[in-house]
Write a protein that binds this ligand. Structure first.
Ligand SMILES: NC(=O)C1=CN([C@@H]2O[C@H](COP(=O)(O)OP(=O)(O)OC[C@H]3O[C@@H](n4cnc5c(N)ncnc54)[C@H](OP(=O)(O)O)[C@@H]3O)[C@@H](O)[C@H]2O)C=CC1
Ligand SMILES: N[C@@H](CCO)C(=O)O
Length: 440
């Protein structure tokens, strides 16, 4: 067998530690399957004294990952630091410039600099693999980059953030508050170093940017994705969704439309009967619609050290085997610019929760605003206050929750109707709006 492939791992946190442990535990199997032994010879992190669960003293240590990328005698540089700039970006660039292959789980870096890095990799005959960057343990990058290359893809969508799905699932199943669920997701190693990236939707947008490029053969652009996170989702919405036959999931959706490629990240009402509604906890699901294969759905853990290490090690094994698939599925020069569909042109059904003053005529004002904007309502439900919240006697100034479900309409019409409702002074607070997705 050829000499062992030497690997340097930069970042020994949740993912980095699991990668080193996996490579040690399954060393013989990896060597048999890829035809070459793989050995970690160098590592980099900030704190040399921290317990990593393995003996760091036998490995070459670098406090500076860029120095490791520039100087270590390694064949593969594994970047598990995170961030779209600073040491992550500088070290990846330094490794590629030397012709050292790179494996990374860093979706922020790829979403922002993916095309430039692909060019750098091509110019230096190096691989740049990133299976773990999208949906953790799910092999969706390989699926799009290789297995579905014979299909024309019309849509790719899914639950792409384990932290958000974990939070929404626990809020729904156990009635636990948002902050407590987020703290637990952080403790379990699911969340980003800055968890606002998870809950505000940025992380899903980064992954969607990569999926869009792989699915449609376009340049990666993360700057124009419509994005809403889950921080405004309340238990009232979760309960109302349940009663109406929906569950709320944070989805990333990229699809071809008549006006261009629509890319959006937002909380979504999905029918309880859909496959995606049954994806719970840290699981992610990615669905792809191909013209010949139809729809395929991949489900698996989207975050966590071991699941993510599984994908990182698969990328390392591919390099050990000699696979040299183009970074974004085709030469970087062939990636196309694309026309983005504007969110105001989005078409779909909507859930709207209003806090309506109990005044005579308030309902009529709401119905008129909807009608003036050309929107048909599928249902209107005025929720009663629970017994302990109900006012002792009728009071027109105590707002009541009202839930509207619309038939298919456009984003621009909904925004127009909500502005009109707000201007009439019949609601006590900003309406809650959640899009409804048609799914199989
Ligand atoms: N956690 C997950 O489930 C998943 C994470 N990812 C991605 O993987 C990457 C790593 O995530 P994760 O393991 O969770 O992150 P952690 O925060 O757990 O680990 C980050 C590691 O990077 C090291 N580090 C940070 N800054 C520097 C620096 N300036 N120089 C050297 N080392 C540095 C830290 O060192 P020290 O330990 O000494 O502080 C730490 O070991 C990110 O890009 C993330 O988005 C992708 C999929 C899933
Ligand atoms: N923070 C990310 C990690 C996996 O990319 C998540 O929760 O999905």
């Amino acid at each position: 067998m050829a000499e062992a492939l030497k690997v340097g791992v930069a970042g020994l946190g949740t993912v980095g530690m699991s990668v080193v442990q996996l490579l040690a535990k399954h060393a013989a199997q990896i060597a048999r399957k890829s035809g070459r032994a793989v050995a970690v010879t160098a590592v980099s992190a900030r704190d040399r004294g921290k317990d990593r669960g393995f003996d760091v003293s036998t490995l070459e240590w670098f406090s500076d990952p860029v120095e490791m990328a520039e100087k270590a005698q390694i064949d593969i540089f594994v970047e598990l630091i995170g961030g779209d700039s600073g040491p992550a970006k500088d070290s990846v660039r330094a490794a590629l410039k030397r012709g050292v292959h790179v494996v990374t789980a860093n979706k922020a870096l790829l979403a922002r600099h993916g095309v430039d890095l692909a060019v750098l990799a091509e110019d230096n005959n190096a691989c740049l693999n990133y299976e773990a960057a999208v949906a953790g343990g799910i092999p969706i990058v390989k699926t799009l980059r290789e297995s579905m290359s014979g299909n024309d893809i019309s849509r790719v969508y899914g639950i792409l953030n384990g932290t958000c799905n974990y939070i929404l699932t626990r809020m729904e199943a156990e009635g636990i508050g948002f902050e407590e669920c987020l703290a637990e997701a952080q403790r379990l190693g699911y969340a980003e170093a800055d968890p606002t990236f998870d809950v505000e939707g940025n992380d899903t947008a980064h992954k969607l940017a990569i999926l869009t490029s792989l699915a449609f053969g376009t340049k990666i652009a993360d700057d124009d994705i419509y994005m809403e996170g889950i921080t405004s989702i309340s238990t009232a919405d979760i309960q109302a969704a349940d009663e109406l036959g929906f569950r709320i999931k944070l989805l990333g959706v990229a699809q071809r439309t008549e006006t261009g490629i629509e890319q959006r990240v937002h909380p979504t009402m999905v029918p309880k009967t859909s496959a995606i509604a049954r994806i719970d906890g840290v699981l992610n699901a990615v669905a792809v619609d191909g013209d010949f294969v139809g729809e395929i759905v991949l489900v698996g853990p989207g975050a966590g050290g071991n699941a993510t290490a599984s994908s990182v090690v698969a990328d390392i094994a591919d390099i050990a085997r000699g696979d040299e698939t183009p970074v974004l599925g085709m030469p970087a020069a062939d990636l196309k610019e694309y026309r983005r569909a504007r969110m105001r042109m989005h078409e779909g059904g909507y859930y709207i929760r209003l806090s309506v003053y109990d005044r005579p005529g308030a309902f009529a004002e709401i119905a008129r605003s909807m009608g003036d904007a050309g929107i048909s309502l599928e249902s209107i439900v005025q929720k009663r206050h629970s017994a302990d919240e109900a006012p002792a006697k009728y009071d027109a100034e105590v707002p009541q929750p009202v839930i509207l479900i619309t038939y298919e309409t456009t984003e621009v019409a909904i925004k127009e109707a909500l502005e009109a409702i707000m201007s009439k002074g019949v609601v006590a607070e900003q309406p809650q709006l959640i899009r409804i997705e048609k799914l199989n």
